[in-house]
Design a binder for this molecule. Structure first.
Ligand SMILES: Nc1ncnc2c1ncn2[C@@H]1O[C@H](COP(=O)(O)OP(=O)(O)OP(=O)(O)O)[C@@H](O)[C@H]1O
Ligand SMILES: [Mg+2]
Length: 224
């Protein structure tokens, strides 16, 4: 399998504090990676860099062997990456549905098809009653699922999830887990940060971060 993302010698500092320390990581297309580690270890910092949300670091980021330049990052993020993050970046005064459809208002894509897909996803993620609700009246877990729908409807190649089940009940957490597994089975590369060990073991490869370094990198063998 070819490498889809390669990080070379990434060091991230906040002021004098080193939060990622010379991290090297090679991610193959179609892999499913979980990232675990204590609070403050640097997991979200790493995800922000992989997500091209933060380009203030030392080191190099390659996408399919191409060294990403700072000015290419926005386009790369919009076209290739889907996010399920703790902070959702939804527009609070619009409805759930309008938030999801916003990227298509001015696009030339087939809106009818997207609307149908959108309907299906709202049902799938138990949000059919919240479709027309204004976002700032939704619960945290509902907002997170809206953000998820918005990100996957764009059909990203790589899905990044930072504690996606952190504020969900068991049923909705299960939904997200099976959804990520399915996306991976369909060929997408998935990277998930979680504090839940059972969830982490659903991945194919598990990384442990401590003090800004990857201290373990193991293949997870399925139970059956
Ligand atoms: N903007 C910032 N300015 C200064 N320090 C920061 C900043 N963002 C993160 N840090 C520090 O970097 C370290 C790593 O933070 P990070 O958010 O990556 O941790 P994490 O592993 O995701 O933890 P958690 O499991 O609690 O989400 C922490 O010590 C944090 O305080
Ligand atoms: Mg975090």
């Amino acid at each position: 399998m070819a490498s889809i993302i390669e990080l070379k010698n990434i060091t991230k500092r906040f002021e004098e504090k080193v939060v990622l320390n010379d991290v090297c990581l090679d991610i193959e297309e179609g892999d499913y990676i979980s990232v675990i580690g204590a609070s403050g270890a640097g997991k979200s910092t790493l995800m922000n860099i992989i997500g091209a949300l933060d380009n203030q670091y030392d080191g190099e980021y390659f996408y399919r062997g191409h060294l990403l330049k700072r000015r290419e990052m926005d386009r790369y993020r919009n076209e290739k990456l889907g996010f399920i993050f703790q902070q959702f970046n939804l527009i609070p005064t619009l409805s759930a549905y309008d938030n999801v459809m916003l990227p298509y208002v001015y696009s030339a894509l087939d809106n009818q098809k997207i609307e149908e897909e959108c309907e299906e996803l709202f049902v799938r993620f138990n949000l059919h009653n919240q479709k027309n609700q204004i976002v700032n009246t939704l619960s945290g877990g509902e907002k997170q699922r809206i953000a998820l729908i918005r990100s996957i409807i764009m059909k990203p190649e790589i899905i990044l999830a930072d504690e996606p089940t952190g504020n969900l009940d068991m049923d909705n957490a299960r939904l997200i887990r099976s959804f990520l597994r399915q996306m991976n089975e369909e060929g997408k590369t998935v990277i998930v940060v979680t504090h839940d060990n059972a969830f982490a073991n659903e991945a194919k490869r598990k990384l442990r971060i401590s003090g800004g370094k990857i201290i373990e990198d193991e293949i997870v063998y399925p139970l059956i």
